[in-house]
Design a binder for this molecule. Structure first.
Ligand code: NDP
Length: 450
């Protein structure tokens, strides 16, 4: 490995104790930058990697709220403002018990590169809380969101930092957060949050954007290998925002999606998933995926048994789309997928595959679409939402979707060009990292030591 990269990784490990997810993300990016870092000492001379791997600012705060029984609850809130190099900080908020500083920093770090790939003027950030919205009443979620925003509002703004949704933060939570922000600021600053409902400033097609974008990217990647999605068997982990709209677009492209999951287990329907039923369970009732069997008795349900392989990856498929959470696809799962003849893997979630799994896919000729490129459609459409808010104007669904499609085509082409130029044919992981890094490093050099 290049000396400079090795030193930066070693130092990052030393100063970021107990942050395994952050170190994993950092290693994945930095090791893939070898061809460009070795080609020019300008990066080392200007400490580009050291600067890029240290967040500009981290905010951590107490979030007190009262539950329905009158008990006082305390959660921890975070906002990691990682980089404002090319635009206001931008990235989602995650509410989940697994949230901690390491997870926030890995997501914020990934976001810088992803946002650069979109070609739009947005920096990188991530935030959230260890609050779990699951099982909470609407009023509890509202009180939590109001308390969270009562601290966060002083750190954000439509030209400063623009949060959005992520795991556990959907239209309901964004609505409560926006309402409290507007109340405190006594101003309608539409562009301060994205993922808003269309009735008060949201963009058409934002809900669909990440899942649709993933399929546009997948289609482009397959096209370069003379493969189409028509009649392909597809499995999609998760059944949240990203997963549902990935399934919708895959079905529109003629693929047959046979499995989806949640954190308890997965369903398999050999006739093809009935998406209307999944939407009813997940978007309307906030239920569990196994309820699918109530109306589809011929489908099968496999419970997670925590043996290191989610049951969904044991199902034979042509295309696997991990759309749930980080590190959900292990090396062992990758081996099973390869043995079962998988052609392509596309990451809808952030860092769902371990580094060992990605290496295994590359070694076995599986086409691999990395998260920071393949799921960038969500944040790209958030940027389109911000621009509509600034213009005080709305695009139609088709206008937004067409822009999204073009952005995803551009991202794929950039990844391909960068991987070809680095002599790493079809390595879109390296391609995405190198293409984004070049843009960011150029901006960093231009702005001086700040
Ligand atoms: P949601 O909260 O809408 O859905 C998350 C889904 O993943 C749920 O079905 C959830 O199941 C499942 N899940 C969570 N943890 C696990 C686990 N440990 N094992 C198996 N399944 C699990 O989130 P999103 O769809 O918005 O986000 C999913 C992923 O996509 C995340 O990695 C996120 O960072 C990423 N992403 C999201 C974007 C967006 O626009 N929303 C943009 C780019 C990336 P359960 O209901 O049981 O918890």
């Amino acid at each position: 490995m290049n000396d400079y990269i090795e030193r930066v990784i070693q130092n990052a490990q030393k100063i970021n104790n107990n942050q395994p997810e952050f170190i994993q993300a950092l290693k994945e990016v930095l090791t893939s930058l070898e061809p460009i870092i070795s080609s020019n000492d300008v990066y080392e001379k200007n400490a580009i990697l050291e600067r890029m791997t240290e967040p500009e600012r981290i905010i951590m705060f107490r979030v007190p709220w009262v539950d329905d029984s009158g008990k006082i609850r305390i959660n921890r809130g975070y906002r990691v403002q990682f980089s404002s190099l090319i635009g206001p900080y931008k990235g989602g908020l995650r509410f989940a018990p697994s949230v901690n500083l390491s997870v926030m920093k890995f997501l914020g770090f990934e976001q810088i590169f992803k946002n650069a790939l979109t070609g739009l003027p947005i920096g990188g950030a991530k935030g959230g809380s260890d609050f779990d919205p699951k099982g909470k009443s609407d009023n509890e979620v509202m009180r939590f969101c109001q308390s969270f925003m009562t601290e966060l509002y002083r750190h954000i703004g439509q030209d400063v930092d623009v949060p959005a949704g992520d795991i556990g933060v959907g239209a309901r939570e964004i609505g409560y957060l926006f309402g409290q922000y507007k109340r405190i600021k006594n101003a309608y600053e539409g562009g301060v949050l994205t993922g808003k409902s269309v009735c008060y400033g949201g963009s058409l097609a934002r809900t669909e954007a990440t899942g649709y974008g993933l399929l546009f990217y997948m289609r482009e990647m397959l096209k370069h290998h003379d493969i189409t999605l028509q009649n392909k068997i597809v499995t999609v982990s998760g059944s949240g925002n990203v997963a549902i709209y990935a399934v919708e677009k895959a079905q529109n492209f003629g693929a047959k999606v046979v499995a989806m999951s949640d954190s308890n287990g997965c369903i398999y329907d050999e006739n093809g998933i009935d998406l209307a039923c999944i939407k009813e369970i997940k978007e309307v009732r906030r239920g569990r995926i196994k309820e699918y069997l109530n109306t589809h008795p011929k489908a099968k349900y496999f419970e997670n048994n925590n043996d290191g392989v989610s049951p969904i990856w044991r199902i034979k498929t042509d295309i696997a789309l991990p759309c749930a959470t980080q590190n959900e696809l292990s090396l062992e799962a990758a081996k099973i997928l390869v043995d079962n003849g998988v052609i392509a893997v596309g990451e809808g979630a952030n860092m769902p595959s371990t580094m060992e799994a990605i290496d295994y896919f590359h070694e076995h000729g599986v086409l691999f679409a990395p998260a920071k490129a393949a799921n960038a459609g969500g944040v790209a459409t958030s940027a389109i939402e911000m621009s509509q808010n600034s213009m005080r104007y709305y695009y139609t669904f088709e206008e937004v979707e067409n822009k999204l499609e073009q952005i995803m085509i551009n991202i794929f082409n950039e990844c391909k060009k960068a991987s070809d130029e680095a002599g790493l044919k079809d390595n879109y992981v390296a391609g995405a990292n190198i293409a984004a890094f070049k843009k960011l490093a150029q901006a960093m050099l231009a702005q001086g030591i700040v």
